[in-house]
Design a protein around this ligand. Structure first.
Ligand SMILES: C[S@@+](CC[C@H](N)C(=O)[O-])C[C@H]1O[C@@H](n2cnc3c(N)ncnc32)[C@H](O)[C@@H]1O
Ligand SMILES: [Zn+2]
Length: 357
């Protein structure tokens, strides 16, 4: 058995391999993703999903926290034998009774298991897309699928053709590229679920430079509704105009410049406002008793964004208001009658219905 150190996340204790974050760790663990795992605990405590599959579990960090801090019954799977040994150690350390622990290739596990899960988490190295097709049939009725992508460079416009190869959409380098990336990922997952006649609607999403994460709610009807929210975002690099459309084609901007486009991508709301309100109001004596300031600020920002429901944002300079305080810009635009908010995607961004002329 390899040597591990004990760390704590929330109320969960974990044996992990600490060291340079890389695929080469004997068992992968990234302490920087603690915030993301905190949020998934809050999500699960709010939605009360019971049966969870941690498909690519590594040390089991996420699944263990969902079991210990959100009362879930968790199945852990990982292809790495060392990871499975470590999961067993961590399960004991936390006094948890797992639903199961398996040491299979994810696709093999998904096609051989008889279980259905209320919540499936896909947190791989790189793109989650290759696992989605086989994961969908394992989702229980009204289940939730959460995916993480760490291959952000193709998605945010550095490699548009790689993005097209992996996700069937073109990304585009702009000031709001991370949002384009998240929306391309959302579209790719929605499209795969649609092949199974399942509607997957995004209900919660967030991004940093290093990873994108989206939670989808499954439904057996309403498929057309979610598919109708797939379209394109057009962008003019000269006058900075941007707009979303369904399947109409546009070539020229009103200013005369040639338009660029990103897509197809999901242009509907990435967040369910009521869900975020519930996550914010969650008050538990055992877990985040009073939501930590960082989490509260983050959720409040998503809450504001969810109310604007426009699939892009601007940086102040693109609106011609360079140097102005973002909160002042938002206040001004709201006063003028345009739904507006700041955005978690960028410290410099304003999400708004207002468009440059
Ligand atoms: C990014 S890590 C998971 C991190 C974990 N969810 C956490 O919160 O710490 C990805 C894991 O997927 C596992 N893995 C890679 N390819 C796999 C496959 N085809 N089937 C099952 N597991 C796989 C790796 O061994 C690794 O432990
Ligand atoms: Zn223009």
């Amino acid at each position: 058995m390899l040597k591990y150190e004990i760390t704590t996340e929330g109320t969960t204790k974990l044996y992990v391999s600490l060291g340079k974050i890389s695929k080469k760790l004997p068992v992968f663990y990234n302490p920087a993703k603690k915030f993301d795992r905190d949020i998934s605990v809050l999500f699960l405590r709010t939605t009360r999903k019971k049966k969870v599959l941690d498909l690519l579990a590594a040390s089991g960090a996420r699944g263990l926290r969902l079991a210990k801090e959100a009362n879930a019954k968790v199945w852990f799977n990982d292809i790495n034998k060392e990871a499975v040994k470590l999961i067993k150690k961590n399960v004991k350390l936390n006094n948890i009774k797992p639903l199961g622990i398996s040491n299979k290739r994810a696709d093999e596990f998904l096609v051989t298991t008889k279980e259905k899960f209320d919540f499936i988490d896909i947190d791989p190295f790189g793109s989650p897309i290759t696992y989605v097709y086989q994961a969908i049939p394992r989702l229980a009725k009204d289940g939730t699928l959460a995916v993480t992508a760490t291959d952000t460079a193709p998605l945010f416009g550095v490699y548009p053709w790689t993005c097209f190869r992996k996700y069937g959409s073109f990304s585009l380098k702009t000031k709001f590229s991370h949002e384009i990336g998240v929306r391309i990922l959302a579209k790719a997952v929605i499209e795969i679920a649609a092949k199974h006649n399942i509607s997957l609607k995004p209900i919660f999403a967030h991004a940093t430079q290093h990873y994108y994460r989206i939670y989808f709610q499954s439904r057996r009807s309403h498929l057309k509704e979610v598919l109708q929210d797939i379209g394109f975002i057009y962008y003019c690099s000269k006058c900075k105009k941007r707009f979303a459309t369904k399947f109409e084609m546009h070539e020229k901007c009103k200013c005369g410049n040639k338009l660029s486009f990103a897509g197809p991508l999901y242009i509907g709301n990435l967040w369910n406002t009521k869900l975020i309100e519930k996550m914010l109001s969650l008050n538990s004596p055992r877990y985040i008793k009073k939501l930590k300031k960082k989490h509260e600020k983050f959720l409040n920002r998503l809450l504001e964004e969810s109310k604007v429901n426009i699939p892009y944002y601007y940086e102040a300079e693109e609106l011609g208001w360079e140097g102005k305080k973002l909160d002042e810009i938002v206040k001004y635009l709201r006063k003028k009658g345009f739904k507006s908010s700041r955005t978690h995607f960028s410290g410099k961004g304003v999400r708004t219905e207002y468009n440059v002329k």
